[in-house]
Design a protein around this ligand. Structure first.
Ligand code: SAM
Ligand code: SF4
Ligand code: F3S
Length: 462
């Protein structure tokens, strides 16, 4: 049966126990026990997953690429839309037989979905293969919880909402050595009416700028080329986001700075001026529009109008006509009419985004919008979404052509789909495809742009 975690193991005690336990396994078998951490959802969750892996490595685990050879499996979940949760339940469900065949493994589910009481209880009550469920507030209780689980083999659920001081004593295990996620703040205070995030991640807490600067300095010294700052709304970073950008920009080294997300209600002209004035900061803003209709924006509690949004875009493009914007759009908010959806289509064409991440509205129980009448079917909403993307395709590919003939600095981040091809991103966050050798992965190269597709451009090394 489920247990509410109330153990008195302190962080140190739990860590010492785990170190001993992993060392014993190493001396008996010649191999350290492996941990497999899989994160669903957004970059913040991936970053949390990297911290979990780092914490487990400190306790003597080795990271595994595959759950099949791991002793400890952790699934770090997302709750933002229903399909994200369905995916988690399906993965956990498929592990029933594996757990039966390997009774000595431990399966844990954590993160945003696990923080929801109803989901945590469902995991505890109907997924007997799950040993431990913990939410997003567990912080330095991780070691004590795992120690208790291993010692007692009793199932544990720990989803209490706790606000301790931000723990800076962590190691983030990053898989690639050139691009690093750095959380600068946690939580969200905005309560957009459709969104579950403030309920599962709690109120905003910002990391001190000194801690962030120290981490960036170390990463740059280790050779990292891209610093990716993360927060649900970086513009409400308590110590001033533009000031943080300027502080990090002053660090010596060959690297660039990206960040997400920006909320339109807090995006200032100072932010745009700072982006333009800092040579290491990418000339791109990911800023979620959600809807191009003012009634829907108000119903979403977004606290800006389309005119306010356009003011930011115009300010940036006046100073730099090619300034890149990308955005998130929700289609089919409860009560949205086809005419209101068409306003979004028109607005999107006006702004000319480089990239749109669009989603069909998903009802999240506990949010304000979940109580609103919603009489448009998901199928119909899916058709609207398609319509939006099709109409925008032309506008986007025309807009991409502005890069043709230009030479861009590109950070190569992986292999392309065809043999001997590579893919990377320029300073405006545009995907660039080119031919070249794998040895360039993780390097900056200059690329002359020769063609444009609707979601990316192609070019040649110069
Ligand atoms: N904090 C970010 C912001 O406001 O820009 C958004 C983070 S949220 C994790 C990513 C995106 O998911 C949102 O911008 C929104 O478009 C989408 N989203 C959030 N809740 C949703 C819901 N209930 N249904 C559909 N999409 C949703
Ligand atoms: Fe969700 Fe709105 Fe917060 Fe973004 S700003 S995480 S959409 S509540
Ligand atoms: Fe991210 Fe999903 Fe949580 S989008 S903040 S992992 S609900």
């Amino acid at each position: 049966m489920s247990e509410l975690y109330g153990g008195d193991e302190k962080k140190r005690g739990g860590l010492e126990f785990l170190k001993q336990w992993t060392a014993e396994i190493l001396s008996k078998t010649g191999e350290a026990p492996r941990c497999f951490v899989h994160s669903f959802g957004c970059q913040q969750n991936v970053s949390d997953g990297e911290k979990l892996t780092g914490a487990l490595m400190r306790a003597g685990f080795e990271p595994a690429d595959n759950y099949e050879n791991a002793r400890l499996l952790i699934f770090n979940t997302c709750a933002v839309r229903e399909n994200a949760e369905d995916k988690v339940f399906s993965v956990i469900g498929s592990l029933k037989a594996f757990r039966e065949q390997h009774p000595d493994v431990f399966i844990c589910v954590c993160g945003c979905m696990a923080q929801e009481k109803s989901a945590a209880e469902r995991l505890m009550n109907t997924y007997g293969q799950v040993d431990l469920v913990f939410g997003t507030f567990v912080g330095d209780e991780l070691y004590a919880m795992l120690a208790e689980l291993i010692k007692s083999r009793r199932r544990i659920m720990n989803i209490a909402e706790k606000y301790a001081d931000i723990d800076e004593d962590f190691v983030q295990h990053r898989k690639n050595g050139f691009s690093a996620f750095i959380p600068i703040m946690y939580g969200c205070n905005n309560f957009c009416t459709y969104c579950i995030v403030p309920y599962v991640r709690g109120r905003e807490r910002s990391r001190a700028p000194e801690a962030i600067e120290g981490e960036v300095r170390q990463l740059v010294a280790e050779g990292y080329k891209e610093i990716f700052l993360l927060g649900q709304n970086v513009n409400s970073y308590s110590y001033g986001f533009p000031a943080l950008l300027r502080r990090l920009n002053a660090i010596e080294g060959d690297f660039r700075i990206r960040f997400m997300s920006s909320h339109p209600k807090d995006a200032s002209s100072e932010l745009i001026d700072t982006i333009l004035g800092c040579e290491k900061v990418c000339k791109h803003l990911h800023i979620a529009l959600q809807s191009g209709n003012d009634r829907i924006l108000a119903a979403m509690n977004r606290r800006y109008t389309t005119a306010d949004f356009l003011k930011i875009v115009d300010y940036a493009r006046e100073k730099r006509p090619n300034f890149s914007f990308s955005t998130d759009i929700i289609v089919g908010f409860p009560g949205e009419t086809y005419e209101e959806f068409c306003d979004t289509k028109e607005f999107v064409k006006k702004v000319k985004f480089d990239n749109i991440y669009s989603f069909v509205y998903s009802r999240r129980s506990g949010t304000k919008a979940a109580e609103l009448p919603d009489d448009i079917s998901d199928k119909q909403k899916g058709l609207w979404l398609r319509e939006l993307l099709l109409e925008n395709r032309e506008v986007q590919s025309e807009w991409m052509k502005r890069f043709i003939g230009r030479t861009c600095r590109v950070l190569i981040d992986g292999k392309g789909k065809e043999p001997d091809t590579l893919t990377g991103k320029n300073d405006e966050n545009i995907i660039v495809n080119l031919s070249g050798s794998e040895s360039l992965i993780g390097q900056f190269v200059d690329v002359k742009i020769t063609g444009a597709m609707n979601w990316a451009v192609k070019g040649e090394l110069v």
